[in-house]
Design a protein around this ligand. Structure first.
Ligand code: HEC
Length: 144
């Protein structure tokens, strides 16, 4: 037992070192507002537009796939240190955006427009669920 403890201690130090190295390598550049306006709104709008005009060819589907992937990944970006507003609800709500994005990605992969519109509903809920407490302080999402 006496010889095993130092090994465990070194292991813990290595893990801690790896985590802090990872954190310092990530540099959040955009503010939450810029991320929401630039990346999140652009990619979610592209998905909502499918209701008006369904993708017609491979190029259209590729563009929709890119938007779905961007939206899903933007949920991950919201969770970075420096952006995350807390360790609890914010993370859950950001994760919900990732999950809604993944639902959209899966729908695009099988080219299912109805499933994609369903994913759109899930996405709107994810936006509003976070905006009510963190952006609008209890007011509902303004119509824009
Ligand atoms: C995990 C939380 C979270 C999620 C999810 C989220 N947002 Fe946001 N969003 C915010 C916060 C916080 C702000 C306000 C940022 C500020 O002003 O500092 C904001 C701001 C915005 C703004 C700018 C509004 C303004 O003028 O202040 C838009 C547009 C927006 N979000 C769109 C969206 C859309 C569309 C989605 C979903 C596809 C979404 N957001 C998902 C947290 C979130």
């Amino acid at each position: 037992m006496g010889t095993r403890l130092p090994v465990i201690a070194v292991g813990v130090l290595l893990v801690a070192g790896a985590v802090s190295a990872q954190e310092s390598a990530i540099v959040p550049v955009a503010t939450v507002k810029q991320l929401c306006e630039g990346m999140i709104t652009a990619s979610s709008d592209a998905l909502f537009n499918v209701g008006r005009e369904a993708p017609a060819d491979d190029d259209d589907w590729r563009a929709v796939l890119n938007s779905a992937l961007m939206l899903a990944e933007s949920g991950n970006l919201l969770m970075l240190d420096g952006r995350a507003r807390d360790d609890g609800e914010w993370m859950t709500m950001s994760r919900a955006l990732v999950d809604a994005g993944v639902t959209a990605v899966r729908a695009v992969e099988v080219r299912d427009v109805d499933a994609l519109l369903g994913a759109g509903d899930e996405i709107v809920v994810a936006c509003e669920t976070c905006h009510v407490p963190y952006r609008d302080e209890g007011l509902s999402m303004p119509v824009r």
